[in-house]
Write a protein that binds this ligand. Structure first.
Ligand code: CMP
Length: 139
């Protein structure tokens, strides 16, 4: 059964382009409640650990470099059917395939620098949220 929380990051490309406010606006207007949020920067080691699941992929090195090159906004979001609805809101990984009205269609530059992260399952939403937030940081 679906739980009602997902995890997101506004990635370094979107923070650099000053799109953080617009992206958070789209998220809250779509009905997601922010239950945890922080502005932070990953070290290469931390980015490597977060994306451990992609370690064998050819783009892993590029991904780690990208995700550690500047600040990000990490957040836990709450809504009915959060994981699935949030993936609809952000659109396809490749912005060329993202539908109109999605965050990636509007803000992503490429398949690698794609503006925003969204968990792909309830299990990963919990793992990813726990990577960034303690129990005291959730409201
Ligand atoms: P996301 O789905 O949030 O998490 C995995 C990330 O890997 C993905 O976003 C992209 O940023 C990156 N990624 C996926 N596929 C590629 C690719 N083919 N080339 C470069 N980066 C990729």
């Amino acid at each position: 059964m679906a739980t009602n929380r997902t995890f997101t990051m506004v990635k370094p490309d979107a923070v650099e382009a000053n799109n953080t406010g617009s992206i958070l606006g789209m998220i809250t207007e779509a009905g997601f409640k922010i239950v945890a949020m922080k502005y932070t920067k990953l070290s290469a080691e931390q980015a490597g650990a977060f994306y451990e699941v992609h370690k064998e992929r050819p783009f892993y090195g590029e991904l780690v470099e990208f995700m550690s090159r500047g600040p990000i906004v990490a957040a836990i979001l709450e809504k009915d059917n959060a994981v699935e609805d949030f993936r609809k809101l952000i659109g396809a990984t490749n912005p060329a395939q993202a539908e109109d009205g999605t965050i990636r269609k509007r803000f992503a530059k490429s398949i690698g620098e794609n503006a925003v992260h969204g968990s792909d399952s309830d299990e990963n939403a919990a793992i990813e949220g726990n990577f960034f937030f303690s129990g005291l940081e959730r409201f």
